[in-house]
Design a protein around this ligand. Structure first.
Ligand code: GLU
Length: 448
């Protein structure tokens, strides 16, 4: 059987690690099965959907190395939704309701106070034609609910195993708003059916929706797809990631200098029984992908892990692998020798920029003790320098001045970099080079 799968984001906010994970797993499953990947933009929420978010979703997917075989926008599919609405009405599965949001709220509160589950009581099913006309005359417009069958609903979920619901324990879902516009449940089911989606992979926040969707597929005479509900990511304390999602948008991670393959490597494995390992190309990720290895447990997202993976990936990259990206960051002049010297010492390409700036300048040295700086300069070992030069130099200074620890190292760092913290001095010394090292140690603005 050939698989057809979709990723269906709502363009109502920035794409973050959570959606990126769903997108990636969905995409990897499709590619691993030589299937068809549909990008479906769920933009029926007219107020919150924005073109800029849709663009950011596409950009984010491309950045991570994903492509799509076709694309659809729900807003452009109203004709087909209306056609299916008529079908559901004629089958008696859609019914008009006239309660206002306040009235519904009141019902819910009263049920809860009586310790009853807040399930819609279907009062609207008993309305006579006369009552309906009366509401209409008052200017009330109906919203429409799908009439669930009070029967067991069961499916075999790729991740959750056997899942059971009962139609009797659920509220009839609202499919059409008062203004006549169709809602997510309706559009999603019709699209999945019309596009022949074989596997629906999405977050576990949709599990109860799926129970209702299954009855909707059946009511429309469609084949029910296979479902896989992924647990949502949590933060390291097990709390919701949503609070931090602002800082975890794909755009921010990219601006931080993270490599797309670090995000891919983590998201392709987090929550699965396969180990997390650094991948440098998508081909290998697809080859080794297995949806069956994902479990129900909530995976914890750790951004430190992302940086660790990034560092490992950068160590693997040759100069040619990063050349264009360095140029995009204004580092076109960085050569292969420089890259090879720093690549084991950086966590992100942003660090590469720091190394470059410190090595090449301009740097404003901080000189607290002019004599010490001059003394240090005189003790510089002769060139050519190598990996041992820093050690030799600082040993000589220690011997001559009696300084050690912080007293010894801090003034040198201050003088050579103008900063409190920064890259390893041992490597940095070589990258700055003799001429600039001497220049900085003799910085003329030195305090007396
Ligand atoms: N637009 C929905 C969401 O972002 C899609 C869920 C689904 O995959 O059906 O949650």
């Amino acid at each position: 059987m050939s698989v057809k799968v979709r990723f269906a984001p709502s363009p109502t906010g920035m794409m973050h690690v959570g959606n990126a994970r769903t997108a990636l797993i969905t995409w990897l499953f499709t590619r691993a099965n030589n299937g068809h990947f549909l990008l479906r933009i769920d933009d029926t929420d007219q107020e919150r959907s924005k073109k800029e978010y849709e663009d950011a979703i596409e950009e984010g997917l491309k950045w991570l190395g994903m492509d799509w075989d076709s694309k659809a926008r729900q807003r452009e599919r109203m004709d087909i939704y209306n056609e299916k609405i008529e079908e559901l009405k004629s089958k008696g599965r859609l019914y008009p309701c006239y309660e206002t949001p306040d009235e519904l709220d009141l019902k819910r509160k009263s049920q809860l106070s009586r310790k009853l589950p807040p399930i819609y009581d279907r009062e609207a099913l008993n309305l006579t034609q006369e009552q309906k006309s009366k509401y209409e005359a008052q200017g009330r417009k109906p919203h429409w609910r799908f009439k669930l069958e009070h029967a067991p609903i069961e499916w075999e979920d790729i991740i959750r195993g056997s899942v059971k619901f009962s139609g009797a324990d659920m509220s009839d879902p609202v499919l059409i708003r008062e203004d006549g516009s169709p809602l997510y449940h309706l559009c999603s089911v019709i699209d999945d059916m019309e596009y022949g989606i074989t596997h629906v992979i999405r977050g576990e926040d949709h599990v109860s929706n799926t129970a209702a969707h299954i009855q909707m597929f059946e009511a429309l005479g469609a084949k029910v797809p296979t479902f896989a509900h992924l647990p949502l990511l949590s933060d390291m304390e097990g709390g919701k990631l949503s609070k931090r999602l602002g800082s975890l948008s794909l755009k921010d991670l990219r601006d931080e200098g993270l490599d797309a393959m670090a995000v891919v490597s983590l998201m392709a494995r987090l929550g699965s029984s396969d180990p997390i390992e650094p991948f440098t190309n998508m081909h290998d990720v697809i080859e080794k992908f297995d949806l069956g290895k994902f479990s129900r447990g909530t995976p914890k997202f750790d951004d430190k892990e992302l940086y660790r993976l990034n560092a490992k990936i950068l160590q693997i990259y040759s100069y040619n692998d990063v050349k264009n990206r360095l140029a995009d960051m204004g580092l076109a002049e960085m050569d292969e020798e420089f890259w090879n010297a720093i690549r084991s010492n950086i966590e992100s390409l942003k660090n590469a920029k720091e190394w470059w700036q410190v090595a090449k300048g301009p740097v404003t040295p901080i000189i607290e003790d002019k004599d010490f700086a001059l003394q240090a300069m005189e003790l510089l070992p002769p060139t050519p320098w190598d990996e041992n030069t820093w050690q030799e130099w600082t040993n000589a200074i220690k011997e001559k001045t009696g300084r050690k620890g912080k007293q010894l190292f801090m003034p040198l760092r201050h003088a050579l970099t103008g900063m409190e913290h920064g890259p390893e001095m041992q490597q940095l010394l070589l990258l700055i080079g003799e001429e600039k090292v001497k220049e900085r140690l003799q910085y003329k603005q030195a305090a007396a």
